[in-house]
Each structure stands twice: as C-alpha cells, then as structure tokens.
Design a protein around this ligand. Structure first.
Ligand SMILES: *Cc1c(COP(=O)(O)O)cnc(C)c1O
Length: 392
C-alpha cells in the first residue's frame, strides 16, 4: 500500500505512490503495453484516452518519483536530456540560463547548440562560491542550472545558498540530481523549484534503460510540464517505466553499498604511490567537504583520480587492465565502470580548458558498483601495478 507521508526513504522506495492494480490486485504495477484505450461512448472513458497523454505504468512511476524526492508531482521523459529539453521549454526567447561550468557534456550541448539557436542564451560560471553566482546574475537570468556533485571533478555546490539567491530574484532553480540520487540528496528540501534526473543512472540502476524525470512541488510548474510532456511527446514506454519502478525498489540498498565500496577504494587510491590526486567529497580535505556533509546523506560512489605519470598512455594501461571495472560511459549501475573523461565524456572540451579545472590527461573516473569491495580493491591495485610495469 502507498507510503504514508512521514514514511522513511526506504519505505517510500518500495511503497511510495503505489497501490495494487485496481483491476486484478497485482502487487507489482503491470506493464500497460497499449497505445490507446476503449471508450464506452464518445468522450466517455476511464481517464485514459491515448498513451502519449497517459499510461497507468507511467502514472505509477511518476507518483513513486514524487514520493522519493519529497515532491508532489513527477513527470517522466524518454531520456534525461529529453527531461532537460522540456524544462528549458519553460523559458522564452531572450531569457538566459546561468549554469555551472562543470556540467554534464550533453547538458552543455543542449544549452549551447540547440537552445542558443532559439534565442535562449546560457552562461557557464563557477558556482562553488554563492557570492560569485550573485554577482553574475543579469536582468535576463531566468533559470539557475545547478549540478552537484559535478562531473568528473566532484566539486560541490551549496544548493541551499543558490536556491535562496534564485528565490530572492524570482529565478527558477533546477538541480540535476543524477550524480547523487534522491537517497543521498533531496534538492526540493533545500529550496529547489525543480529536480531533474537521468533515470538511466541510479534510479534505473541496472544499465538497461534510458529515461529522464523531473520532480516538483509547484502545481503550476507541474501543469506546464505535463502539458509539454504531451505536447512535445518525449514520453517513456511502459516497459521502461516498469524497469525504473523495479530499480527504485532497491535504490537505498544499492547506493548505500556503492558508497561503502567507494570509501574502500578511495582509501586504497590515497595510499597508492602511483596516484597523484583523489577527488571525492567524502575526504576531509575536499574543499567543500563541509557543504557535502550538510546537504548529502553520504558522499556518493563516483570517484576520480589521476596519476603521477600524467599521460594518456599510463591512464590507458590502467583502464585496459581492470577485470571487473568495465571501460564504458555512464554510471549508477550495479556494476562498476571505469572511464577516461579526456577522451570519452569530455573530449569535446579544449585541452587548455580541461587542464584549467584539473581535468588532466591521466584523470580516471570510477562509477563504483555493488560488487564485493575486496574484489574491486584487488582489481584496481592490479591494474595500477600493470600500468607501472609497462611505463617502467
Ligand atoms: C547521463 C546524464 C544526463 C543525461 O541523461 P540521459 O538519460 O543520458 O539523456 C544528464 N545529467 C547528468 C548529470 C547525467 O549523468
């Protein structure tokens, strides 16, 4: 039965917004694989006319997402970027988006190469210092686009400080919560108007689906987004909705374990003589550790590090010699992944610009999964040793 309002996060993952199927009592939400619904007379129906507009499997997921983000409305889209596309359609030509300069590459591309052509300009700034953000607002600024922790440098932005600034200026605040997941961070509680997810990552959690979602408490914003969801039509299919619903049921357990595993790996990396820097918000000497501790339940399962031998060749040797860490883009699945931002996710950013934010040639990013911690540690240590024996 549906989770009560005061239920804890784990209970909401499993029960939030969900009820047994009214037709059969099926405990798990059925996959309503249909494009249309029978009407008993013209215009007389059970609330469902056409599946772009409404689908019961999608409804269940949207209610569940609203519950786990402590929101009121969930709106799902066919990918994380489709979700962002629709959020940006809340704006009008002449409006400006102020976004963090350490942004998911696809988000940067959508803002610049697509919305730029429609008269919605974006500026990219360092958002770590709220005072700096305040000084960068212009009369055209209508949306603050916040991502934290950032990718791949794991910088932390103070959500509460920035949403306070946005509210005082009547600017919409949006937090891309993909990297943290709702288990670790709840931006609506910290004042955000909209939370966005690539459900492809931790929400789905099993690397078998592409989907996006937006969650809000604001009824007017929700109405406009449901309108856009139907009017622009980037809706997810019912089977994908089922998969994400199923993924969310173990979200709390998966993220807990992934964070635990990440802590082990961070320690091993710090002790390894071949490693130069380890980037992880859980480290006491991370420049925004205190902010992370305040706004996150734990410090996440994304870890970046670079090598003392700062070359593409050395990094390549490490990545070619892991056994359990699969070399791939994406994150947030049960399996551990390893990636090289300079040649993969961030290849389109000029090298000088990359280096200026610490994104070196040897920087390696881990999405830590939920395998056995000792196996992951051994795997990474072996890969580092293999790299040095080649280099030496
Ligand atoms: C993957 C990702 C997106 C885009 O989501 P898709 O589902 O791939 O469209 C947006 N933001 C962040 C932080 C991501 O990691």
């Amino acid at each position: 039965m549906s989770a009560k309002k005061d239920a804890a996060f784990a209970t909401k993952c499993i029960h939030g917004g969900l009820n047994p199927d009214p037709l059969t009592g099926a405990v798990m939400t059925p996959i309503y694989q249909t494009s249309t619904y029978a009407q008993s007379a013209p215009g007389e129906h059970k609330g469902y006319e056409y599946a772009r507009t409404q689908n019961p499997t999608r409804d269940a997921l949207q209610a569940n997402l609203a519950s786990i983000e402590n929101g009121k409305f969930g709106i799902c889209f066919s990918s994380g970027l489709a979700a962002m596309d629709n959020v940006l359609k809340l704006l009008s030509p002449g409006d400006e988006v102020l976004a963090s300069d350490d942004l998911y590459g696809g988000s940067y591309r959508l803002l610049t190469a697509v919305f730029g052509r429609f008269g919605i300009q974006s500026r990219f700034i360092d958002m770590r210092d709220p005072g700096h953000v305040l000084s960068q607002l212009s009369p055209a600024t209508k949306m603050l686009w916040i991502e934290t922790p950032t990718n791949p440098m794991l910088n932390i932005v103070d959500i509460q400080a920035l949403t306070d600034i946005a509210r005082s200026r009547d600017i919409l605040s949006v937090v891309d919560n993909t990297f943290a997941s709702p288990y670790l961070q709840q931006p609506l509680e910290l004042g955000a108007d909209l939370v966005l997810h690539s459900a492809t990552k931790y929400l789905g959690g099993h690397s078998d689906v592409v989907m996006g979602a937006v969650i809000t408490r604001d009824e007017l914003l929700a109405k406009r987004l449901y309108f856009l969801q139907n009017a622009a039509g980037a809706v997810p299919g019912p089977q994908d909705c089922f998969l994400v619903l199923r993924g969310i049921k173990t979200l709390h357990l998966r993220v807990q374990r992934a964070c635990e595993n990440a802590r082990h790996l961070v320690k091993v990396l710090q002790d390894n003589p071949l490693v130069a820097n380890v980037y992880y918000p859980g480290l006491p000497d991370h420049p925004r550790h205190a902010v992370a501790a305040r706004q996150m339940r734990d410090f996440g399962a994304m870890v970046s590090f670079d090598l003392k031998e700062d070359t593409l060749e050395a990094a390549t040797q490490v990545m070619k010699n892991t056994h359990y860490f699969t070399l791939a883009e994406s994150l947030g699945g049960v399996e551990s992944l390893i990636g090289h931002p300079a040649t993969m996710t961030h290849a389109s950013i000029p090298r000088e610009q990359r280096l200026s934010v610490g994104l070196t040639d040897s920087l390696i990013r881990l999405s830590v999964g939920i395998e056995d911690a000792a196996d992951l540690v051994k795997d990474l240590e072996n890969a580092l040793a293999a790299a040095v024996s080649v280099a030496g």
